[in-house]
Design a protein around this ligand. Sequence first.
Ligand SMILES: NC(=O)c1ccc[n+]([C@@H]2O[C@H](COP(=O)([O-])OP(=O)(O)OC[C@H]3O[C@@H](n4cnc5c(N)ncnc54)[C@H](O)[C@@H]3O)[C@@H](O)[C@H]2O)c1
Ligand SMILES: O=C(O)C(=O)C[C@]1(C(=O)O)C=C[C@@H](O)C=C1
Length: 363
Amino acid sequence: MVNVAIFGVGLIGGSIALCLKGKPGIRVIGFSNRESSVQKYIQRGVVDDGTTSIQEAAEQADFIFLCVPVGMLQEYLQKISECKLKDGCIITDVGSTKSSVAAYAKSLDLGNAVFIGGHPMAGSERSGVEAASYHLLENAFYVLTPDESTPSEAVDRLTELLTHTRANIVKVDAESHDDIVGAISHLPHMIAVALVNQVRSYNERNGLYESLAAGGFRDITRIASGDPPLWRDILLDNRQVLLRLLRDWSAGMERFAQMLESMDAEAIEDAFRKAGEFRSRMPERRKGMIHSVYDCYVDVPDTPGIIGRIASELGNNRINLSNLQIIESREDVPGVLRLSFRTQEYLDQAIALLEDLGYSVSQ
Ligand SMILES: NC(=O)c1ccc[n+]([C@@H]2O[C@H](COP(=O)([O-])OP(=O)(O)OC[C@H]3O[C@@H](n4cnc5c(N)ncnc54)[C@H](O)[C@@H]3O)[C@@H](O)[C@H]2O)c1
Ligand SMILES: O=C(O)C(=O)C[C@]1(C(=O)O)C=C[C@@H](O)C=C1
């Protein structure tokens, strides 16, 4: 039996647990510092067992996933390093920054255990085990950051385990990870928050700002609703990279100001053209890319016209579908029809409706 201990069974830890639980030969143990959370994980069927004891979770584990906020990673690594870990135990994390945790792991004596940093490039602005999903990591890139001293056998074992997430593993060094993810994830979160707060202050004088805000504003600002303490930790941890990126961002905005001042129509068009070209190269349906995360999966019987019927039911109930995809039917995937919505409200309404109609719906 392979024991997998998950510390922090929230959005990401819970999603990994859901991918591993029930797989032959795997037992998932959830750790929380609160007994009520442990009970919740077990009741929701996300883990096989749970404990509030770090030692109990760590000492029986073949794999340890640290899925707590970035600001807690070092404390947990340190406490785990004091446990009597199994020989060859692999400790990995899912934190959104990689350099600091890798350096910290190196400074510890982990005995015969091995640390390999990790970061699944999928997520959402939601948090907690309630938001965890079996499908969250499917087709996403999952970054691992081994270095030259990491035994390749350990990387292979972790990669093998992660096949259950259906993510695509990519290996990157920790510093490059922080540069790249700073630009494609952390900077966008800061921009979204600054933009929402800019509009929020205008809205204090005139409530029409809020009323008229439509798709464009919603699309670019969804991530401004991320968990504040979680994002505080991420931004502070990657601050050196982010300070540089913010200077580049300011320069880009300054260029826009110049284009407007000098009425440089061609340059404005050119900026949109280049951005559009780059963005259109990104696959639409890849997890972690620009996409709706308000998805659910419906088991669809093989009956003619069934997809049309589902779409009509949603339409008749004024539930706006933003995308519909028939996904390949495979043995380990419960649903075959993926329905995407623009808001949590539509998603909740759709799930309630489809369940009322007798469909089996999963998230
Ligand atoms: N949110 C995303 O989109 C996303 C994507 C990829 C990676 N990550 C990374 O994943 C990690 C977890 O993020 P999440 O989005 O799953 O957050 P989350 O809030 O959903 O989950 C965090 C979990 O850690 C637990 N936790 C918090 N403080 C704790 C403590 N002191 N002791 C024990 N447990 C504690 C919480 O109870 C929760 O179960 C973070 O390091 C984050 O950087 C997040
Ligand atoms: O889709 C979102 O809401 C996310 O914030 C996911 C996202 C991202 O920025 O793309 C956020 C943090 C991560 O560490 C990885 C992915």
